[in-house]
Design a binder for this molecule. Structure first.
Ligand code: ADP
Ligand code: MG
Length: 252
């Protein structure tokens, strides 16, 4: 059915990676639409993080294909995949503690985009405006001059999302972004992710998450991974009732 369509933002087909004979991802296919928020759930060790490692080029596939627009990512290196428009957030945020919110965002602004010509003040204004725009979006406008070390855990997570957003990725992948967050921070993160998609129907999100309430607040479609394979896929309402999913995951 999906094979007929070629307009997905991301098309993963028959993707397999084997570590010493153990297939962490096993013949996986995944189709992500533009403007979609896809959540990947599944038990520990299901292969969720490994899927993101494969898409971002951190891990090399044993076989299969990962197509982002018209580019085959399995042939590219990590930095080339970033440049192609794929951003990825790890479980632990990597922000610069001794820099302010402003500075963390500013240094993440992509260099070498020479559309501003040689006039550095024009470039500066574009960068500063964008930094403020992102700070507002990630709920940190009132903390713009605060050093990252003084932010809460949740605020640090948002800052890292902002550092990715300022690079304007078309595909943004987040690995357990609300782990360790308070209930109100979780709700704001769901709002943030919905805003990110609302701001651009060309952009898509892939989010790994365990918190079912959070998943229901953001997902268009959910993919359940189990032993490196897709166990089920669809709307959360149907996924929750799926006996296979209840057996291996939700029933625990
Ligand atoms: P999840 O994120 O769903 O909890 P992971 O993708 O982290 O699961 O891991 C899936 C399986 O692959 C686990 O059994 C893990 O030990 C194994 N694995 C992941 N990365 C490697 C690696 N680089 N080398 C060997 N085994 C790995
Ligand atoms: Mg994981």
């Amino acid at each position: 059915m999906n094979a007929a369509r070629t307009d997905f933002l991301l098309t993963v087909e028959a993707l397999t990676v084997s570590f010493d004979g153990f297939k962490a991802v096993d013949d996986l296919s995944l189709y992500i639409d533009r403007g979609e928020i896809r959540v990947i759930i599944g038990p520990n060790g299901a292969g969720k993080t490994t899927v993101l490692d494969l898409i971002s080029g951190r891990t090399k596939a044993t076989s299969g294909s990962i197509k982002f627009k018209d580019r085959e990512l399995t042939k590219l290196r990590e930095h080339e995949i970033v440049r192609a428009g794929v951003g990825r957030k790890f479980q632990t945020p990597s922000v610069y503690d001794d820099l302010t919110v402003f500075e963390n965002l500013e240094i993440s602004f992509p260099r070498g985009r020479s559309v501003f010509g040689a006039l550095s003040f024009e470039r500066d204004k574009v960068v500063v405006d964008r930094v403020y725009e992102i700070a507002e979006m990630i709920f940190l406008a009132d903390h713009i001059a605060k050093r990252a070390e003084f932010l809460s855990h949740g605020q640090r997570q948002w800052l890292e999302i902002g550092m990715l957003l300022i690079q304007d990725p078309e595909l943004l992948m987040l690995d357990e972004p609300v782990a360790g967050m308070s209930v109100s921070e979780r709700e704001k993160t769901a709002e943030l992710l919905n805003r990110i998609i609302g701001a651009s129907s060309e952009r898509s999100l892939v989010v790994i998450e365990h918190d079912m309430k959070f998943v229901e607040n953001i997902a268009n479609r959910v993919t359940v991974l189990h032993q490196g394979k897709v166990l089920a896929e669809g709307k959360m309402a149907a996924i929750k009732e799926d006996p296979k999913v209840v057996e291996v995951y939700l029933g625990h």
